[in-house]
Design a protein. Sequence first.
Length: 219
Amino acid sequence: MPAVAPAAVPGAVPVACCAVQKAAEVLSRPVRRRGKELERAIFEAALDQLTSGGFARLTMEGVAAAARTGKAALYRRWASKVELVIDALDSTLPRPTDTPDLGSTRRELLLLIEGFAGAINSRAGGAMQALMGELDHEQAELFKDFIIQRVIMPTRATIVDILRRGVERGEVRPGADTSMAVDVAPAMLMYRVKTCGRQFGPAFAVELVDDVLVPMIRP
């Protein structure tokens, strides 16, 4: 005889529904972490929410929930979401000053531009692009200062170092390290970020270095 399914019990909750609810409860529980591990989780959550929803929709409560920690853990470290976002970007963006002496001005410039392009294509880069597209004037000034101090000025200083090494090797004409060439790369990079709103392709660094920078600085 064919098996007869048991009659449904009135008010009973399906097993599958219980499993989903249980999984949701587990995923929403705070995870006990401290120090840098907790900080990384918070930064990742902040950048993800910034990229997906924008700065206006980002909240400290939402970041805490996504990082699976308490809201108090955020407010102990940051007084506002502006401070949180700036620290999240600062901890994630590469530092231009890490560009080493490779014995070739072209290779050093390529490494610098490729590093910047990689950063823009990353989670932090996506978050930065989201910021630049929606901030009001007061907040824009705060983030503009951060970008100038954290991105533009270090990039300019690194380019000056690269060009001066090139002058010593005879690859760069004397005086090029104080010319418009120092400003061209940062200006072009930020123009692409703000105006084009797209990721940098693999050929971008080569085109910028070979078609723009090298012709400006060669002896």
